[in-house]
Design a protein. Structure first.
Length: 239
């Protein structure tokens, strides 16, 4: 019998970014990969806020499911796990290149101000201009050409205004830190990181020390977007 999995994409991606993983899961899972508010088909949905996104998820998700999140989607997945309407329905969590947020209030405030400035700039860009700029982000360096091309095509499914709203409402500076809530998670958590992603490998190690049931999977020869560079391996970890 097929099991249910919900997959949450990262900032600037859409639900379609999970297609290679869904294909690798084949018939073992029923997959739901929604476009998060501010992205893809949900670009115009407002408000773009954590509460609204969690409400969308509570309405669309099955009664019991495995929750998978990449980067921004991983942050949202952690908030879903501690939300009363969603937490009890989650059997397991798989996080890819994700963190619980910024614990230091001053650092979080600085990041929020930075995201606000970027959002103001994004509103005056074409999606092509923004896609080119975002591809230069250091954490995304070293992607194989075919992966970079697929990500660029997916990124262009978005609209600048939607991405600006997502930066303001779902950015790292906008969401509260969950470092102090990690001990509350009563389900197994698999932390997936790329070998080349030094920043998030360190974060995964710190998270594993705080989580009651955690394992860390470092995927060789991959960077931040492990699910796009090694979808088959991610499918194995999910199943």
């Amino acid at each position: 019998m097929a099991r249910d999995v919900v997959l949450l994409h990262g900032f600037t991606h859409t639900g379609a970014s999970w297609d290679p993983v869904v294909a690798a899961l084949a018939e073992s899972y029923r997959a739901l990969a929604p476009d998060i508010r501010g992205h893809g088909s949900a670009s115009a949905r407002e408000p773009v806020s954590l509460d609204a996104v969690l409400e969308d998820l509570a309405e669309a998700a099955p009664e019991r499911f495995t929750l998978v999140g990449y980067s921004m989607g991983g942050r949202i997945a952690l908030h879903a796990a501690v939300a009363p309407a969603l937490g009890p329905r989650i059997d397991r969590i798989v996080l890819i290149g994700a963190s619980p947020g910024l614990a230091d209030p001053a650092e979080r405030a600085a990041r929020r101000a930075s995201d606000e400035r970027l959002a103001d700039e994004v509103e005056h860009m074409t999606i092509e201009e923004f896609a080119h700029r975002w591809a230069q982000t250091p954490v995304l360096a070293g992607q194989p050409p075919e992966v970079a091309a697929a990500i660029d095509a997916d990124r262009r499914r978005n609209q600048p205004m939607g991405l600006a709203r997502a930066l303001r409402g779902l950015g790292t500076g906008a969401l509260p830190s969950l470092w102090e809530r990690l001990g509350d998670l009563g389900v197994p958590v698999t932390l997936v990181v790329g070998e080349r992603d030094g920043k998030f490998r360190a974060i995964a190690t710190e998270m594993a020390a705080e989580l009651p049931q955690a394992s860390v999977a470092v995927i060789p020869e991959t960077g931040h977007a492990v699910h796009l560079e090694a979808p088959g391996r991610v499918a194995e970890l999910i199943s």
